[in-house]
Design a protein around this ligand. Structure first.
Ligand code: C2E
Ligand code: SIN
Ligand code: SIN
Ligand code: FE
Ligand code: FE
Length: 347
C-alpha cells in the first residue's frame, strides 16, 4: 500500500514517515508541497492519504477537494491531521470528503489504530474492484465462447446445405461481404455489421427443402416449379426461427425476407418498403448482384456493368434505393471482394 503524506513541516513529515514504516506492507510517499503531491496523484493514485490541515500553499481542505476531483480520487481513504480542534474545520473537511482525523501532537497508538482501520477499508475496496474486474472478464470469455458455438452451428448448417446446393461457398462469402459493406455505408454499428455478415450466408438454407429436380434443373423453371422454389424462403425461416441465438434469429429473418421487393411484388409475404426488415433489404441487393454476376446451372454470368445497371434500374421497385446506393458507392471494394473470393471449379 502506498501512503501519501503531505505536510509542509519537514519534522512532522519525518515523524509520519517513521510511523507509517511501522505498519505492515506500507510505503510512505512524502511531499512538503501539496501542489506537487496533487500532480503526482494525477499520474498514480496512492492507496491512502494523510494530509496536514495548516499549510501555506494550500490548506488541507482545499487539498482534499482537489484530490477528490482527480480521476479515481473519489474512494481513496483520507485522514486529515489538525491542531485546530474547531468543529467548523472538521465539518468542512468531512463535507469535502475527509474520512477521519488525527490530532496534533500525534498519539502513536491512536495513529496506528486509525491507520489500520483505513487500510482495512482500502483493502476490501481493492478486493471488490478486483472481483468486479474478474467477473467482467469471465463474462467476456463466456460470451466469446457462446459466439464461437453459434458460428459452429452456422458452419454445420452450411455443410448440410452444401451437400445439395449447387451454390458454392465462395458465393456465400462474397454476398456476406457485400452485405457488410452496405450495412457499414448505411451507418450500422460494427456489432450489427458483424452479425449481418455472419448471418447472411444462411439466407438460402431453406433450399435443402426443395426437391433436386427443381433445385438442380439445368434449364428455366416453369411456373409450378418456381412456386415450389419460392418456399425456400419459408423453409429457411422455419429451420432457424426458434433459436435463442441472435445470430440464428437474424439468419431466420434474412431467410424469410431476402426475396421481398420494396414494391410489394416479392415473396413469400409480399411485404412493402420499410415493412421489409432492413437486413432483408440489404441481403436482397448483395444476393442478386452476386447471383447475376455468377454462372448458374440455368444461366451464364453477367458482366459487372450489366448487373450494376440492373440494380440501378430496379431500385425503388425490387430494391431499397438506399441499399443500392450504399452498395454502388463502394464499387471498388465490391470488385476487390469478387476478386478475393472466386469460384473454384469442382469446389
Ligand atoms: P439464386 O440463383 O441465388 O438467385 C437469387 C436471385 O437473384 C433470384 O431470385 C433473382 O432475383 C436474381 N437472379 C438470379 N439469376 C438471375 C437472372 O438470370 N436474371 C434475373 N433477372 N435475375 C436473376 P429468384 O428469381 O427469386 O430465384 C430464387 C432462386 O430460385 C434462385 O436463387 C435459384 O436457385 C432458383 N431459380 C430461379 N430461377 C431459376 C431457373 O430458371 N432455373 C433454375 N434451375 N433455378 C432457378
Ligand atoms: C446455402 O444455402 O447454400 C448455405 C446456407 C448456409 O450457409 O447456412
Ligand atoms: C427483394 O430482393 O425482393 C427485396 C427488395 C428490397 O426490399 O430491397
Ligand atoms: Fe434465395
Ligand atoms: Fe443466394
Amino acid at each position: 500500500m502506498n501512503i501519501l503524506l503531505v505536510d509542509d513541516n519537514p519534522t512532522n513529515l519525518a515523524l509520519l514517515r517513521h510511523m507509517v514504516r511501522k505498519l505492515q506492507d506500507c510505503e510512505p510517499i512524502c511531499y512538503e508541497h501539496p501542489l506537487e503531491a496533487l500532480a503526482t496523484c494525477a499520474e498514480t493514485m496512492p492507496d491512502m492519504v494523510l494530509v496536514d490541515y495548516m499549510m501555506p500553499e494550500l490548506d488541507g481542505i482545499d487539498f482534499i477537494q482537489r484530490f477528490r476531483a482527480l480521476p479515481h480520487g473519489r474512494d481513496i481513504p483520507i485522514i486529515m491531521i489538525t491542531a485546530d480542534d474547531s468543529r467548523d474545520v472538521r465539518y468542512e473537511a468531512l463535507q469535502v470528503g475527509a474520512n477521519d482525523f488525527l490530532n496534533k501532537p500525534i498519539d502513536k497508538t491512536e495513529f496506528l489504530a486509525r491507520m489500520r482501520n483505513m487500510l482495512t477499508l482500502r483493502k476490501s475496496q481493492k478486493q471488490l474492484a478486483n472481483r468486479a474486474e474478474w467477473l467482467a472478464s469471465e463474462v467476456r470469455k463466456a460470451t466469446r465462447e457462446l459466439r464461437k458455438r453459434e458460428l459452429e452451428a452456422v458452419v454445420m448448417l452450411s455443410r448440410a446445405a452444401e451437400f445439395r446446393d449447387p451454390e458454392t461457398g465462395a458465393h456465400l462469402l462474397r454476398m456476406a461481404h457485400y452485405a457488410q459493406v452496405i450495412a457499414r455505408n448505411l451507418g450500422l454499428s460494427q456489432e450489427q455489421q458483424d452479425l449481418l455478415q455472419e448471418a447472411a450466408p444462411m439466407h438460402d438454407i431453406g433450399k435443402v427443402g426443395v426437391p433436386d429436380r427443381i433445385l438442380l434443373k439445368p434449364g428455366k423453371l416453369d411456373r409450378k416449379e418456381f412456386e415450389i422454389m419460392k418456399q425456400h424462403a419459408v423453409y429457411g425461416y422455419q429451420i432457424l426461427r426458434d433459436s435463442a441465438s441472435p445470430l440464428l434469429r437474424m439468419g431466420a429473418e434474412i431467410a424469410w425476407t431476402h426475396h421481398e421487393r420494396v414494391d410489394g411484388a416479392g415473396y413469400p409475404r409480399g411485404l412493402k418498403g420499410d415493412a421489409i426488415p432492413l437486413v432483408g433489404r440489404i441481403v436482397a441487393v448483395a444476393d442478386v448482384f452476386d447471383a447475376l454476376t455468377s454462372a448458374r446451372p440455368y444461366k451464364q454470368a453477367w458482366p459487372v456493368d450489366k448487373a450494376q445497371d440492373w440494380l440501378r434500374t430496379h431500385a425503388g421497385a425490387h430494391f431499397d434505393p438506399a441499399c443500392v446506393d450504399a452498395f454502388l458507392q463502394s464499387l471498388d471494394e465490391v470488385l476487390a471482394i469478387r476478386q478475393r473470393f472466386q469460384d473454384v471449379p469442382g469446389d
